[in-house]
Each structure stands twice: as C-alpha cells, then as structure tokens.
Design a protein around this ligand. Sequence first.
Ligand code: ATP
Ligand code: MG
Length: 459
Amino acid sequence: MACRMPELPAYAAAVLRALEDAGFEAWVVGGWVRDALLGSASHDVDVCTAAPWQESERALLAAGLAVHRTGTQHGTVTAVSEGKPVEVTTYRVDGAYSDARHPDSVRFVRDVREDLARRDFTINAMAYHPERGLLDMFGGTDDLATGLVRAVGEARERFDEDALRVLRAVRFAARYGFDVEERTHEALAEFAPRLALIAQERIGQELTGIFATGRMAWALERERAVMVEAIPELKPLVGFAQNSPYHAYDSYEHTVRVVRGMECVTAGCANAAMRWAALLHDVAKPATYSEDESGRGHFFGHPELSAKMASSIMRRMAVPGEIVREACALIRLHDRPVTEAGRSLRRTVLRCEELCPGRGEAVAFELLDLKRADDLGKASHCWSYCSELDGVSSALRRELAAHVPLSVRDLAVNGSDVIRERGLEPGPGVGVVLQGLLAAVVEDGVPNTRDALLELLRL
Ligand code: ATP
Ligand code: MG
C-alpha cells in the first residue's frame, strides 16, 4: 500500500508536543491512523502516552490547553486544542473480563506495544508519530491493503474477552467493504452467541453503524451467524420456505434482498427508519404462516405482527422513538396495495399521517420505496411492479400538488363554517361533520375547495 501519511493536524501535533516536552512518550493511535492510511484523515485524533493521567493533565495545562477529566479511571483525559477535543489515554492493558464486555480492571503499562496488543483488530492497532513514523506490529498496513478485518492475536480469545468485538468486526468490514479474515470469521460464528450478554443498547448502536455503511445486506449474508445472534428474532427466517408463487427465496434470503433493494432504489440515501423497516418487514412471517388445501403458504396479519415485533426489538435497543414509529408505520403498511387511483393515493397518505403525524407525505414516498425494494426480493415475475410503482410515485406527486388534506385542520372549511351552515351548537358533533367532509375529499374525490365543501354542508 502506498503509505503516504497525510499530515497530522497542528492541533493534534500540539498535544503530542506538550506530552513529550514534559518527558512522556506519546503516539497517535486507532481510528485516525487507520483512516489516514486509507487516505482520509477526517477522523478525530486519539493519543496514547506513557504519562499517568495526572501527569498528562499537568503537561497539557502547562502548554496552555484546556483539559477535561473524561475517564480517569481508564487513564483518559481530553485536551482541547484549537477548539478540538483530543483524547489522551495512558498506555494500558485490560484485566480479566468476567462479563464478556468490560475488563474487571485496567492496568497501566510503560510500553506502547502492550497497549497496541490489547486492541481489537490489526487495522485499529497501529500507532503513528510525525517523527518516529508508523508502529505497526500486527500487519495492519497489509490488512488495510488487502481489505481484511483480522483480530489482533488469537481471535477466539479476543471475542471471548469482549463479545461486542463480534459486531465491531462486522461493522468495520462493512464500512470499508473489507472481508473478515478466515480465522477471525470462524471465531465470529463461534462467539456470536455471547452477544446475548451485551447490553441491547450497545447492540443497537453497532447495528445503526452497520446500517450507516449501506452494506447491511452484505453483513446479513456473509456474517449471518453474527446477525441472527444480534437480532434473535431473525433466526426463524433462515431457511423458512414461503411456498408462495410470489417468492423464490426463503424469508431470510428475501429479507437480505429487500435490504439490498432498499439501498438500490434510494441510491444509498435511505433513512434509518426505511432501513430498519426493510430489515424487519417480514419478521413475523414464520409466526403467522398457514397453508391452504393446495399447500400454498399464507401469512395473514404478518404486517401488523411484524410491526409489533419490530417495535419491541427497536425499543429494547434504544433506537430513537421517532425512528421506531416511522419504521413500524412502513412495516404495517408494506403489503397494502397502492395504485394510481386518486382515492388509493389519498387513503395511503392519510394512513401514513395517522401513524406518523406531520410526516404523512414523506412516509408515503418511503412506503413506495419499501414496496419497490420488497418486489426486488420476490420472484422475478414480480419485478415489473417496481416500474408500475414509478407511475404511482408520479401520480402521488400530482395528487399532493392538489393539496390533499391530511387532517380536518387541512380542510378548506372549519368548525365555524359547520356551525353556521348546519346550525349546530359547538361540540363534538362539529368534529363528526368535519370528519365526514374529510372522508368525502379522500374517499370520493370531492375537491378540497371552500365552494365545494360549503355546497356539501348546505345539502
Ligand atoms: P470509529 O470511527 O468507529 O470511532 P475508532 O477506531 O475510533 O472508529 P472507537 O470505538 O472510537 O473506534 O475506538 C478507538 C480505538 O480503541 C479503536 O481503534 C481500537 O484500537 C480501540 N478499541 C475500541 N473498542 C475496542 C474494543 N471493544 N476492544 C478492543 N479495542 C477497542
Ligand atoms: Mg472513535
């Protein structure tokens, strides 16, 4: 690999200098080194040093930098240099891990090499110094060049210590389009069940990270053993035959294709809700399966149950509420027919608005993308529906240009009009009449104009 390091930013060099002027060796480590070797130095800078944190703090303050005690129990302080934070951590090794995640203790050490050896992957275990150059004890540069995520040392031990590394491996591979080195890959499968010991919130963060790479489909396919442990509800989909003329693949393979399809139809710009929805849209298929006399499979109620399961999965992983709500709305509606007919479009937008107040129009377009992606995951004779959906999208755009009311508030008449025209007393009856007008516009295509609605009120 052409190993031309971009220049270390001045604010970070100032931190190294402050520590070294005080007599403590210091290196840049981890993500900045990795990304710099890959040609992008946009990563924040982490520094490790021989100085105990109290000495780091003293040296940095003496150099005029602000210092925050952000994790002194692990030897970390954060310097603020030219307005940018730089984490400075004392060389350390981890003690025993009894909870599959956190070391019971950390031990501070004198040698940077010991610190590098406790890191997770070779590409993350390199140190760099502007004068001393690159310190790469485990072949991280070669692995970056070949495109491999490889555990530092014995892979099985590393995943045994900290099960979260199992998902981190998948995330880093997805992020850079790398493969997982064979022994590391085997160890991933063996230790994936230990993800059960990891906090759900951390699993959610790693999955969000994998989604953000746009390569979730790759992760599901190549590292299936890991992904079904991260979300155990996916396990029953594996090998689940659908026995349906619409489906050429089992439920898991279909899901992988829909997740990939979502990236394709949105050119990689799907939002988090759309990605979660693609992943979980059919999660309840095994639970809702029934067969008719001909042996054909049906999945009555699967959108509703999938939405329910998705909600519980995402909530336990602390996915933000608005993403959960939108993903579940998409899942609930994914099987609903939508045609170019005005009534079908208006009903769809209204339903999206009911489920995601304030987002009805956007969610309706997201739903069409999910339906496109869903078709791409079905048998090839279903794919033509994908181009029909282009027509539906255009029709939806035209319909929305005519200002479809999404609630009674959007009607061209209001409660006072109803009271006056109908001679009603203010009260719930007024709302009922307004709902009737909304239905007339959405269902029967009565124009949402003052004249048309007043005429209806006067009937
Ligand atoms: P990102 O861009 O995702 O933040 P990063 O390399 O900065 O990438 P971090 O999770 O911020 O990743 O961790 C910083 C460094 O600390 C890593 O590069 C790695 O050397 C080490 N590290 C982090 N988490 C672990 C872990 N669970 N086990 C071993 N080493 C770890
Ligand atoms: Mg980081």
